[in-house]
Ligand binder design. Structure first.
Ligand SMILES: *Cc1c(COP(=O)(O)O)cnc(C)c1O
Length: 424
């Protein structure tokens, strides 16, 4: 390479990685700026390669509920690494992690681990199709279940429609097996279940990938009854809500038990791990106990299992009280700022979204009607003030146990200034 100006990391990144990143939202295009390259994380803070420090409200999009470089997690990973990083053979530590999951989740007796939430959701759908001998899957517009072909579709709002592919490269024939309905819309769910032989209804029990949009009162109970009546497997995608909104996820918080559960993020404590799980009778259809094929070279990886176990160890009853109190402090502060501004605040334990909207957000259509330009400006103004918000309107702020009252208060102070700059 010739002399002249020094190349930035981003210059180098763009030469070898599409868009300069390995996952789209990191590029920060939605907020109109270049990506920030991280050097390290410390507790609730990120430090970028230029030495700028930020209070981090992304926390790796959820896994880091104990914060960055938690000492117990780091030492568990180091100890595990000394014994080797992967064997491609069975270990005791993955059994221990599965036992912890079973102990926490009301609807889980057996677990199959994977390396990503995408794989876990894809495999849960395969199992549901095998269990029901049906093909169609129903999902909600604006819900995210990973990037597998059949689950990318977001479809339109309104009535249940056969969806179009969510991306070039997804064969229409695959997308045609996915029916997309609006979140919190009982009539649309009824119609979809009546008009199709539905293998599975996938749901984020608290939608958190269109921003946080909790279920309407009774909606999850309705889904439970409607799917049971239709002979459809109800799959809770608890990749975000699991171990976060309560010890046993949304199924514990709302007291509604799905047929199958998908987990990820926190279960790997910041290393790649995820899982799908359910009652013994269903899970024993999975190979080699049963005939539904599913596998993975790094599934149940000992480093990821060690990080996951150490993370779950840190999540005692006091942890959830504290997480709830920090969430309320952040959300209440946002509410105060929203009082005389076109903003809406949504929350669930450990999750908050500030919507740039005049009206409350109940579904994806409401979310996409938000003022994303104002939101983008707000995010840039927050970054200028040393606060790192999720760099997209359709995401949650992730509260961790490494955050303190002081980090919440500093964030709210920055938010007040940023909102004055953006909205006047
Ligand atoms: C992140 C996420 C996934 C996908 O998990 P990956 O590990 O990124 O593949 C699936 N479902 C939900 C609800 C998620 O938030």
């Amino acid at each position: 390479m010739g002399g002249g100006a020094l190349l930035t990391v981003y210059d180098r990144a763009r030469a070898v990685l599409p868009g300069g990143v390995n996952s789209p939202v990191r590029a920060m295009r939605q907020i109109g700026r270049e990506p920030i390259f991280i050097d390290r994380g410390e507790g609730a803070e990120l430090v970028d390669v230029e030495g700028n420090r930020y209070i981090d409200w992304v926390c790796s999009w959820g896994p880091l509920i104990l914060g960055h470089a938690d000492p117990a997690v780091i030492s568990a990973v180091i100890e595990a690494a000394k014994r080797g990083t992967s064997y491609g053979a069975a270990t005791a530590i993955e059994v221990q992690l599965a036992e912890q999951v079973v102990a926490r989740f009301p609807a889980v007796e057996m677990v199959r681990m994977t390396s990503s939430g995408t794989e876990a959701a894809m495999s849960a759908v395969r199992l549901a199709r095998a269990l029901t001998d049906r093909e169609v899957v129903v999902k909600f517009a604006g819900a995210y279940h990973g990037h597998s072909d059949g689950l990318l579709a977001e479809g339109g709002s309104g009535m249940a429609t056969l969806s179009v592919p969510g991306s070039p490269g997804v064969p229409p024939a695959m997308a045609a097996l996915t029916v997309v309905v609006p979140w919190n819309d009982r009539a649309a769910v009824h119609t979809a279940l009546a008009e199709h032989q539905v293998a599975a209804l996938l749901v984020e029990p608290v939608a958190a990938n269109m921003g946080v949009v909790p279920p309407d009162e009774g909606f999850l109970e309705f889904l439970r009854e409607a799917t049971r009546a239709a002979g459809t497997q109800l799959i809770f995608d608890e990749v975000i809500t699991g171990f976060r909104v309560a010890r046993g996820g949304a199924q514990e918080l709302f007291g509604v038990e799905p047929d199958l559960t998908v987990m990820g993020k926190i279960i790997g404590g910041g290393l790649p791990a995820a899982a799908f799980a359910g009652p013994r009778e269903s899970m024993e259809r999975i190979a080699p106990a049963g005939d539904v094929y599913q596998a993975g070279t790094l599934s149940g990886n000992p480093l990821a299992a060690a990080a996951g176990l150490a993370t779950l160890d840190g999540l005692d009853a006091g942890a959830y009280e504290r997480l709830g109190a920090l969430t309320d402090r952040l959300a209440d502060g946002f509410e105060a700022l929203a009082a005389d501004r076109p903003l809406q605040v949504a929350k669930a334990p450990g999750l908050v979204t500030l919507f740039f909207s005049e009206v409350p957000v109940r579904n994806f259509a409401d979310a996409t009607a938000c003022d994303t330009d104002a939101h983008a400006h707000f995010c840039r103004a927050m970054l200028d003030r040393g606060v790192y918000p999720p760099p997209a309107q359709f995401e949650a702020w992730f509260v961790s146990l490494a955050h303190s009252e002081a980090s919440v208060d500093r964030t709210l102070e920055a938010a007040g200034e940023a909102l004055d700059e953006v909205l006047g």
